[in-house]
Ligand binder design. Structure first.
Ligand SMILES: NC(=O)c1ccc[n+]([C@@H]2O[C@H](COP(=O)([O-])OP(=O)(O)OC[C@H]3O[C@@H](n4cnc5c(N)ncnc54)[C@H](OP(=O)(O)O)[C@@H]3O)[C@@H](O)[C@H]2O)c1
Length: 242
């Protein structure tokens, strides 16, 4: 994929799940450097590749971001992958969990976009790739706080896309359905591996698609929503009442 050749990429939450798979896949495409950021060094896998520069970064911590920026001012592609999920309904879910999802998924990603936009403008043409969720289209009641945080992030992604378009920065929204990562531990759904999804995400970016649904479960949900938003709401309502 030419689009990634010789590019400098920063990815959040690179130690596991989709983030780790994105690093592995990007390394196969002649990238120049990947800043692979993590919260806990002990959880950081070795990618056995000198192009990977591991850096500590919690996206909710502004001093972490300020420190990281100093060493990563050549970033050309920012992948906002880090995310958390708290279960629970609106009426009975833990409010602390809902607040945490919002702090990480929405405000944390906004922190990163605000901090890195000047750098990306300087290094343009550049890209921001936000990993959102299909739950941004229609809420799933069992993970209502998470869905709200991702709906907010989807909205912010669409806004910033317009804000940055004239400055040479392309903003992509990736809205997966269900992927076989720790986030879905315990689920009995048959889900694609993060490695297979990472390939599909990067292929869609290479095609310059702005809104990307990289998996079949997500695509089926999106198709239902496109036909009529109430159809996706019904799918999620049925899941809730199973
Ligand atoms: N799996 C799915 O079905 C699915 C579907 C739609 C969207 N997504 C989205 O895809 C992204 C990746 O999820 P995943 O499935 O790969 O989940 P995962 O395996 O649970 O990985 C989440 C990653 O985010 C990191 N992280 C969490 N909070 C962070 C913070 N404050 N600062 C920096 N890093 C932080 C985690 O770091 P630690 O290891 O330190 O916790 C971990 O590396 C998330 O945004 C998620 O919402 C996933």
């Amino acid at each position: 994929m030419q689009i990634f050749k010789d590019r400098v990429i920063l990815i959040t939450g690179a130690n596991r799940g989709i983030g780790r798979s994105l690093v592995k896949t990007l390394l196969e495409h002649d990238v120049k450097k990947i800043y692979a950021t993590y919260r806990d060094l002990k959880q950081m896998p070795s990618f056995n590749d000198d192009r990977v520069v591991p850096l500590p970064l919690d996206i909710t911590n502004s001093s972490d971001i300020a420190k990281t920026i100093i060493d990563t001012s050549d970033t050309e592609i920012l992948i906002n992958n880090a995310g958390v999920l708290s279960s629970g309904t609106i009426l009975e879910g833990d409010l602390n969990g809902m607040n945490y999802d919002m702090q990480v998924n929405y405000f944390g990603t906004i922190n990163m976009m605000r901090a890195y936009s000047p750098i990306l403008v300087k290094n343009r043409p550049a890209r921001i790739i936000n990993i959102v969720s299909i739950a941004a289209y229609s809420p799933l009641p069992t993970i209502a706080g998470y869905a709200a945080s991702k709906a907010a992030l989807f909205s912010a992604t669409q806004s910033v896309r317009i804000e940055l378009a004239k400055k040479g920065i392309t903003v992509h929204a990736v809205n997966p359905g269900a992927i076989g990562t720790d986030m879905n531990k315990g689920s009995d759904w048959v889900m694609p591996t993060p490695d297979s999804v990472a390939i599909r995400i990067l292929q869609q970016i290479a095609l310059e698609n702005l809104d990307i649904i990289p998996d079949e479960i997500g695509q089926n949900m999106y198709n239902a929503w496109k036909e009529d938003p109430s159809k996706l709401a019904k799918i999620f309502s049925d899941i809730y009442h199973m």
